[in-house]
Design a protein around this ligand. Structure first.
Ligand SMILES: [Zn+2]
Length: 276
């Protein structure tokens, strides 16, 4: 698509400290598809926290699909959008990033202050003893217990999940915590699960430090992100929205830009650097 007129956006951002609120659209150019959008059907079919905790079959289904889908997340690399945000932080224009993504790509791009609202797929937590291990370690155990994973191909979901035949799922062996034998859960926030208080507080801290809220690649369908836009609206703080397609925050946005995160943010970062 042609580059939209970015002057209103750069005029708004120039000379102001920026808090970035990032959604799935930030990572689509890294090959992680966006299942969101305001009218997503997928959203309702995803795993619920209560099911995961209460039903062994739900955990088996989750881990079977995630074991296959993980390879796409592991292979994903930051795109121009992530890199532009990291440059803007280094230049002290951006105070930090509040992200709804669980892919770790802001960290990989060099961003230092990142609040992962919905956790990170790079960590796995034991529901029994609370110990935390790396997903890389768990993946090795998953592949040892289920050697067919290495050879399988499956369509991928954005959270490292994949579609998989029922028979595969039924035969899948789920690893347990090596310390206590408890159930392992990715350190991400499932539907029906609360964002941990410490994470919420860290996100509000980043919000407070910015003079403008820049929403990138989110339809704001999920309240954990939308509430920052509501607060900015209450506080009389300007809000910029960069997204492909409509968002729930459009009527509260000072500036709305329809565009790809990578190209737009690269151009914005360049112009802000020139403006000094
Ligand atoms: Zn444990």
């Amino acid at each position: 698509m042609p580059m939209p007129d970015l002057r209103p956006l750069t005029n708004l951002l120039a000379g102001r400290t920026i808090t970035v609120l990032a959604g799935a659209g930030m990572s689509t150019e890294s090959g992680i598809p966006d299942y969101g959008g305001l009218a997503s059907r997928k959203r309702r079919t995803r795993i619920q926290y209560g099911d995961f905790v209460g039903e062994p079959a739900a955990r088996q289904r989750y881990w079977a699909r995630a074991a296959v889908g993980w390879r796409r997340v592991r292979a994903a690399e930051p795109n121009d959008g992530h890199r532009a945000v990291a440059r803007l932080e280094a230049a002290e224009c951006v105070v930090g990033v509040i992200t709804q993504n669980v892919d770790g790509l802001h960290h990989q791009a060099g961003s230092r202050r990142v609040v992962e609202l919905h956790g990170s797929l790079s960590r796995v937590v034991c529901l029994g003893c609370g110990s935390v291990v790396t997903r890389a370690d768990v993946q090795q155990r998953l592949e040892r217990l289920n050697p067919w994973i290495a050879a399988s191909e499956a369509p991928h979901e954005p959270d490292g999940d994949a579609e998989l035949a029922d028979e595969r799922v039924a035969r899948f062996v789920v690893p347990e915590c090596e310390s206590c034998g408890g159930s392992l859960k990715p350190d991400v926030v499932f539907f029906g699960e609360r964002v941990p208080k410490a994470v919420t507080e860290a996100a509000w801290q980043l919000y407070e430090e910015g003079e403008v809220l820049l929403v990138v690649g989110s339809s704001l369908a999920v309240f954990s992100g939308y509430r920052f836009v509501l607060q900015a609206s209450k506080d009389g703080r300007p809000v910029a929205v960069l997204n492909l397609g409509p968002t729930r925050g459009d009527d509260r946005a000072t500036v709305k830009v329809e565009g790809h995160a990578g190209a737009v943010l690269s151009s914005v970062a360049e112009q802000l650097a020139e403006a000094g």
